[in-house]
Design a protein around this ligand. Structure first.
Ligand SMILES: NC(=O)c1ccc[n+]([C@@H]2O[C@H](COP(=O)([O-])OP(=O)(O)OC[C@H]3O[C@@H](n4cnc5c(N)ncnc54)[C@H](O)[C@@H]3O)[C@@H](O)[C@H]2O)c1
Length: 250
């Protein structure tokens, strides 16, 4: 799958999934830009990639700030002349049910989980249009496809918005050569999931819902993104790709 020399922006690139994406895509020859608030982790991952002879850069950005998006995209384009792929991956989850969640917490989740994607598209689509095309990949979740009973309503609502925002972008901007797809991972094995699995009831709930009987790994998800970013996916537009071991089949 060819992503060689593609300029790829990864939001939340310092996090669990984002760093796995940055590592895999750089191994395949892409020039990756890690966009994140977490300067320390972002720099560590960038240095690790460069040490392994990959191409990587770190840009500190608050993804919910329109001004910072404008400046960051300009800085990158001044350097590279193009943006081939935008991976809108950053997301947060304030784990509170409706009765316990404040409207400020609701708005914060919406702003990070959907607002950052809107802003990312707003500032990169004109660049992609000018160069004749590009690819956008949005990280949703299984919760963007189903009403998931173990997840909060606000997270589910934000990820559902990502699913249809993706399809709207896919249909409007295809004429400019821009493809837009979303991915829908089930729970990924991580330090948070490790704690969850220690509780026998939560363990049987979480593993019991996955027909393949295990959690996802960051690599399972990263290979799906690699495909969507690659030249081989040139006719794939507007899909919602579950990477969930079959969780959303029933
Ligand atoms: N981990 C899972 O089980 C799972 C499952 C399905 C979907 N997802 C989705 O995958 C994506 C990545 O999840 P993760 O597990 O890697 O999370 P993570 O918390 O490890 O990483 C998220 C990254 O986003 C960054 N970030 C958050 N808000 C920001 C802001 N305003 N500006 C700049 N950076 C910001 C954080 O600093 C962090 O580095 C999210 O969208 C999440 O909803 C995760």
């Amino acid at each position: 799958m060819n992503v060689k020399d593609k300029v790829i922006l990864i939001t939340g690139g310092a996090g669990g999934l984002g760093s796995a994406l940055a590592k895999l895509l750089s191994e395949k020859g892409a020039d990756v830009y890690i966009l994140d608030l977490d300067q320390q982790r972002g720099r560590e991952i960038t240095e690790e990639i460069i040490k392994n002879r990959g191409k990587a850069h770190f840009n500190k950005i608050d993804l919910t700030s329109e001004g910072e998006w404008e400046t960051t995209v300009k800085e990158i384009v001044d350097k590279t002349g193009r943006i081939d792929v935008l991976i809108n991956n950053a997301g947060i989850n304030i784990r509170k049910p409706i009765e316990e969640m404040s409207i400020d917490e609701w708005q914060k989740m919406m702003l990070v989980n959907t607002g950052s994607i809107f802003l990312g598209c707003k500032y990169t689509i004109p660049v992609m249009r000018k160069q004749g095309g590009g690819a956008i990949i949005n990280t949703s979740s299984v919760c963007g496809l189903i009403g998931h009973k173990y997840t909060t309503e606000a997270y589910t609502a934000s990820k559902g918005a990502v699913t249809l925002f993706t399809k709207a972008v896919a249909s409007r901007y295809a004429k400019d050569g821009i493809r837009c797809n979303s991915i829908h991972p089930s729970t990924i094995y991580s330090p948070y999931a490790e704690v969850l699995l220690k509780d026998p009831q939560r363990r049987s709930e979480r593993l019991g819902e996955v027909p393949l009987g295990r959690l996802a790994t960051f690599d399972d998800v990263a290979y799906g993104v690699l495909y969507l970013a690659s030249d081989e996916a040139s006719f794939i537009n507007g899909i919602s790709l579950p990477i969930d071991g079959g969780t959303t089949c029933y």
